[in-house]
Design a protein around this ligand. Sequence first.
Ligand code: NAD
Length: 451
Amino acid sequence: MQDITMLVEQQRSFFYSGSTLDYRFRTKQLKALKQMLQRYEQEIYIALKEDLNKSSYEALTTEIGFLHMEIDYTIKHLKEWMELEQADTPITHKGTKNYIQKEPYGVTLVIAPWNYPLHLAIAPTIGAIAAGNTVVMKPSEYTTSTSSLLSKMIYDTFDTNFIAVVEGDAEVSKKLLEQKFDYIFFTGSTAVGKIIMEQASKHLTPVTLELGGKSPVIVDKDANIDLAAKRIVWGKYTNAGQTCVAPDYIYVHEKVKGRLLKAMKKHIKAFYGKQPIQNNDYVRIVSSNHFKRLEAFLTNGTIVVGGDTDKETLIMEPTILDNITWEDPIMQEEIFGPLLPVLTFSTLEEIVDRLKRMDKSLALYYFGEKEKNQHYVFKHISFGGGCINDTLYHLANPHLPFGGVGTSGMGAYHGKYSFETFSHRKSILKQTTKFDIPIRYPGGKIAESIL
Ligand code: NAD
């Protein structure tokens, strides 16, 4: 506890030194972060393999590669983002100049989950550095190899007064939350998100909450079925379904269900082989408790693809469950694993009406060719972000804000949005001393005439 208090105090005095306000300081740190990822690349692969059986390919595309892209993009644009932003002058403010200055909050806390343990700890940190903050990072206790590697890499690369890693579980997280931070960026479950917000309210600390939820996929009758199947399979079984924006369940038009299931089966086989359970590159479930929770869902509906599990290796095959109803346990919570329930619909209106009344999901994916229907779905259902005719891809575009709404979170990041998230917008009005308009003073024009 003493250490945590001291760490926060030391970061605060470093922040007050003003070093982080400098553009050159920030770019230097971002470059150091990039070099750190390059220097430790082989160790990162090993840690992710140990924690989740992640293949080098998946580690590169979904963790390391994303971070390099984000750092490069930030370095390229940082100067322009930091510039004073001119604001308009209304007629009532004649003689003034108005602008917005983006300033860092100060000492920030980044709490990360286990599913992309490197990506989700570093990506917010890029925004925090770019905006001129210091960072205390708390990685997940479930992915210990990556957490201890993060701790080592960051310690070797940065001054702890600027960026530090505090490893540990929920108890450590709670201790951190007792401190007064200037901003908290949390990625994790909706349940813990509520606790974070409650704790943050004690110091009136602003928060970004990147949470989860049940993200639906709608497959309409005019969709390109084979391509839809391929992109759903990719989005669902990447990281064995342990992705916040993974398709949680499919709502397929009754006329195309048979074709979709057949095509998905084909693509699962093409991606993961005849026996995915023996595929060395297929991601495992993070812990035996998570495994047991998922295993219980296998009795829901009918297994039409997959279903094999290995409790020793914690591998669970890509699985599709048909004949699912809204009453099944699997439909009561975010699945966060390689099980994909399928529901059918006959009219788009019927499902849009249902989905718009449910908790707002982090993502939604619509497969169908008619623009009218695409607009209809996206106009009437609120969700964090999503794709038409694809899954997950929106999150890798730095020009799009990434975040949830309602129970799936608040705030957003990536690219410029990360910089904005970690910056306070300070409004400045510069008044002229060349003249003074009397109308606003008590007495108005009369007061001036007496003088
Ligand atoms: P989690 O909420 O259990 O844990 C996240 C972090 O919070 C961990 O570092 C953990 O130590 C800490 N924590 C846990 N309990 C706490 C408490 N009581 N007080 C303070 N801190 C506490 O989430 P998880 O299981 O690691 O991750 C899975 C969840 O995260 C899913 O719901 C998923 O959808 C969501 N997620 C969201 C995003 C996103 O970008 N929106 C990304 C990845 C994961």
